[in-house]
Design a binder for this molecule. Sequence first.
Ligand SMILES: CC(=O)SCCNC(=O)CCNC(=O)[C@H](O)C(C)(C)COP(=O)(O)OP(=O)(O)OC[C@H]1O[C@@H](n2cnc3c(N)ncnc32)[C@H](O)[C@@H]1OP(=O)(O)O
Ligand SMILES: CC(C)C(=O)C(=O)O
Length: 386
Amino acid sequence: MGCQFSVNSKKVRIFDTTLRDGEQAPGIDLTIDQKVKIARKLAELGVDVIEAGFPAASEGEFEATKRILDEVGDQVEVIGLSRANKQDIDKTIDSGISSIHIFIATSDIHLQYKLKMTREQVLDRIYESVRYAKDHGLIVEYSPEDATRTDKEFLLKAVSTAIEAGADRINIPDTVGVMHPFKFYDLIKDVVSVTKDKIVSVHCHNDFGLATANSIAGVMAGARQVHVTVNGIGERAGNAALEEVVMALKKLLGYEVNVKTYKLYETSRLVSELTGVPVPYFKAIVGDNAFGHESGIHVHGVIENPLTYEPISPEEVGNFRRLALGKHSGIHGLKKLLEDQGIYLDEAELREVLNEIKRLAENGQKVSVETAKEIAIKVSSKKIKV
Ligand SMILES: CC(=O)SCCNC(=O)CCNC(=O)[C@H](O)C(C)(C)COP(=O)(O)OP(=O)(O)OC[C@H]1O[C@@H](n2cnc3c(N)ncnc32)[C@H](O)[C@@H]1OP(=O)(O)O
Ligand SMILES: CC(C)C(=O)C(=O)O
């Protein structure tokens, strides 16, 4: 699992961290059963790696990791997060897991204020912890936390140290989301130049709303694994959203990903239900309005050929097309909607119904299909065929 992808491959691994970084968000505390339920769904969806949790963090996390491993470990790589210390690594090993994600920060701000370590001490710790995990037969992914605020030369030294110690994969986290795509592209190019045959991964946060764009830039620069969360949940403004990254990689750039995209919507809704975090109405791919249309010109186009106003089809991601009525509606959409209900009106009657719909909407009323039917019946009850 460590090195089967090369920079030239068009395959990108999806590393899902909904159950680790996603769950770290304030207000999200999943039970073990809920974590297992989400893990089963992620395995069904076809992600390549599930970060089950942080086994050393609590007994619940330890148990959850074990249960997830039991339930889906034969279908997907299950990994656990660990600080760069022996106690955390031992606890991860005890969970029975065979892949470990070891992190230690490399930026001066984290070294000085949080870790209170020198650069030399951090390099030693990277080497010792990665080596220790390798000596225990684990697949090791190493993350230099806060990589994007780390002095470049030192970052590359940290990465090389992890590789010398035996790391199988290097993940570059934009921990506080301060990258933009051009800058991140350049950084990942530099990392890829020192990692040779090892998979480079990216982990982007959304503090400036650029997590998906930065993840894609990372892949364009040679990363072959992306850390994501369902619905983009995670610390602060969240992580790169699985559904956005997967669809952008596949549809905009032609990369291969294992994810069964028609399961994206149901996965999104399961995570929303269990975490209690609603999916934003305008959320790309899985939002309720992602395939919604009211404007007459758009609805007309979509009736003739959905590609006019939909870059992908809702079926491809398991979402639904929702045609609505309101002040922006047009005659083509109204005609289709009424005819679907068995109501056939002539042009003048349709215009009358449409004007009434616009009047109601402009007075603040939501106009449902039922309301449109009632108006149409009033305008011309004799024309109803069913
Ligand atoms: C960017 C990220 O998302 S990193 C992952 C963050 N996730 C979490 O923190 C969620 C789970 N965390 C927890 O349950 C707890 O914080 C625990 C169990 C890990 C640690 O709890 P506590 O022992 O109470 O320590 P606390 O969280 O207050 O402080 C963190 C300690 O870890 C140290 N530390 C932080 N990162 C690392 C690291 N990568 N490697 C080694 N030590 C580290 C800190 O320096 C501090 O050490 P100190 O206690 O010697 O001062
Ligand atoms: C542990 C690392 C990868 C992380 O979550 C971050 O830096 O955001």
